[in-house]
Design a binder for this molecule. Sequence first.
Ligand code: ADP
Ligand code: MG
Length: 699
Amino acid sequence: MNEILLTPIEFLKGVGPQRAQLLRSELGIVTFGDLLLHFPFRYVDRSSYQQVRDLAGSDGLIQLKGKITAVREAGSGKSRRLTAKFTDGTGIVELTWFQGIKWILPTLKIGVEMQVFGKPKFYANSWSIPHPEVVEMSKAEQVSGWQPVYSSTERLTAAGLHSRGLQKLIVTLLSQIKPDQLPDALPESLKKELALPDFAQAIITIHQPSDTTKAQQARVRFKIEELLHLQLELLLRKHIAMQKTAGHVITEVGEPFHRFYEHHLPFPLTEAQKRVLKEIRKDLAAGTQMNRLLQGDVGSGKTVVALLTMLMGIGSGFQGALMAPTEILANQHFIGLSELLEGTGIRVALLTGSTKQAARRQLHEDLRSGEIHILVGTHALLEDIVQFQNLGIVVIDEQHRFGVAQRARMWKKNTIPPHVLVMTATPIPRTLAMTFYGDLDVSVIDELPPGRKPITTRHRFEKDRLVVFGFLRDEISKGRQVYIVYPLISESEKLDYANLMDGYESICRAFPLPEYKVSIVHGKMKPEAKDYEMQLFVEGKTQIMVATTVIEVGVNVPNASVMVIESAERFGLSQLHQLRGRVGRGAEQSYCILLSADKLSQDTRKRLSTMVRTNDGFEISEVDLELRGPGDLMGTQQSGVLDLRIADLVKDGPLVALARDKAREILTSDPRLERSEHALLKKEAIRRLKDKPNWAEIS
Ligand code: ADP
Ligand code: MG
């Protein structure tokens, strides 16, 4: 940005120190440039007038032309108010003010033609407009067409900077700036190709549009510009990361892989699994470190892909590590992998918080000597004392629980960092994935193994509980098992535990011994007690498992065919989907029952009805995104990425993809942004990559 745009806002006529301070604290507007980029969020039509008799059909802001017939002041102090009767010949409305009366009063001239602008309300059988704008017709600015509406705040409004006040400032500013003082970051060629307006022209159009189509084009231009800067930043970051990290070169799939694939793999891989393995194989041979995100819905078979990846590494003399977010899940992975690898000579070991000291010492030794090929565990794997002989592949399951920092710690276990495969069952839309995981390549398993029956999901209310219990008895009598899950938002929630224990007791009463046996698992239990209860359920010795969300991830009991979720309104969509994924793993028809209170908010109803409608994790994540916004969805970790002024990662998916493509094209032809038409893109990139001061030198 050039000088004039960097001028502090207090030097603008009509601002001054006090308003400048407010603009900064309320809207983050510090300079002329910031004010210009405070875009209107919509426009109202000021080119035409409505009639009072048609008010019932209007909504939002309207404009009237007519005369004031009477003015009256009533009350005193705080309840003081000013009212004016206004008519346009088709009906009467009352104009009312509660503040600023002494300024307004002198402007209300009876019998003079006036323009009135505001939002009408129908109350006690008559129309009124609170705090309208009233101007004598002869003095009314000729607002031809569309008037911009700007977001403001209460404090700014009190200082006279409501939407209209902000508009006045922007008009003043625009009158002081010449178009050639507004530099354009977008390269000519790109603007031409996409038929985008110049920066200067777009700024004028967005603030003073002659029609809404033009304003729309201006908006698109700014969105593309914003997203282009973002994508350039992400691609450059990725480029820098790739430059720095050489990786182990694994060119052969190797003997252990082939042997396992041909003699031990219990099922043919799905096409999606094969495709992903090819992508991984390419990464491993490339000479740079793999950083790949593997997305696949619950039950899509990510584990075997992880195993086959580690086997590729083992074939070239490396070790593998599989890290899971919970002890239960680590256990399950260990058992699952041990079964698959039986008779292969590949040695798997387990390390969690509850591994005993003596065993631990032996394990450390066997890791260092390379006798252990695959280590499965929790974040206990990250401890410094855990040293590998030659760690080549790290698989991280359920990525959303591990931070980037933890990923980095795994890398430090070697001079050449291991290849990293991150697996997640929380799919996110592709455009978001490419933004948030700018440093990761993304693979998707978009196909479930054959023969799965879709889970039937039903939403039931508290009053239907007895019917639901009857259904559970039927299923149990057919030899099936049942999960009943309670919300536990935080481990310290006393109330949640109380509910869980109440629920457990009432379930024990409804399903009495000796016919029924009920297990319970929650976060406050000792690990041994937890494992014991879990084991009873896994072995089919108990038919009902009452649990908190500790069973959310990974647990695999194919005979369990019913998932009941208590207080389902308290769970987020992705969590509900994860929980549902615990059933539907066997050959039987499975069910998910969402039990909720009777009164539900609109969002909650949408969540529950989405669950009933679809089993597709991607579809669910789209709805989740729509309901919660990307900030919530992705956690605060990447919040910087979300500082978008005008573009919306959710609604502007196609523009995100477009910007990504264009950013890639630009960097392919001009990797260091040295061309003069890229000068401003480079300037912005330098600003964004402050933490990587030498990026432009990296070839
Ligand atoms: P997730 O992707 O949720 O981690 P898993 O890896 O646990 O899924 O796989 C779910 C189940 O599907 C496991 O019992 C696994 O053995 C089985 N499975 C995986 N791939 C296939 C396949 N290609 N054909 C049949 N069953 C498969
Ligand atoms: Mg899994």
